[in-house]
Design a binder for this molecule. Structure first.
Ligand code: THU
Length: 132
């Protein structure tokens, strides 16, 4: 997870965040070991902003990966770790097992280690795609 977190930190440097000045990077490890990154991309309409986590999911899916085994999220402009937003928890959960590890950390070196199942609990429809 240390390596994945460092990749997320690097990805955050590419964030487009002129409105919030809050740069976030995400690194998503695919089942084959490949890592896909994302950063937040804001928009002057605000509502069209895409978070780093969903940006990383889009990168991976676009390259043909649909299963991810670990996620790291780095917030450069917050000392303390900032957890993913609700929308990202749901979108990420679509492509990860509930026990998949997630690390989120801030700039002071502290981080939280958790799982997507803890971040998005009571996910009764988790396997809906497989059952249709
Ligand atoms: N943001 C992310 O990209 N990921 C998170 O986990 C939290 C929030 C972005 C959205 C917006 O561009 C900025 O951070 C402030 O909310």
């Amino acid at each position: 997870m240390e390596e994945l977190f460092e990749i997320a930190r690097q990805a955050a440097l590419n964030a487009y965040a002129p409105y919030s000045h809050f740069r976030v990077g995400a690194a998503l490890r695919a089942a084959d070991g490949t890592v896909y990154t994302g950063c937040n991309v804001e928009n002057r309409s605000f509502g069209l902003t895409i978070c780093a986590e969903r940006s990383a999911v889009v990168q991976g899916i676009s390259k043909g990966r649909q299963v991810f085994t670990a996620l790291a999220i780095a917030s450069l402009d917050s000392e303390k770790p900032v957890g993913p937003c609700g929308a990202c928890r749901q979108v990420v959960s679509e492509f990860m097992a509930t026990d998949a590890p997630v690390r989120f950390g801030g700039s002071d070196g502290t981080y939280t280690d958790t799982t997507i199942g803890e971040l998005y609990p009571y996910d009764s429809l988790h396997d809906l795609a497989q059952t249709l």
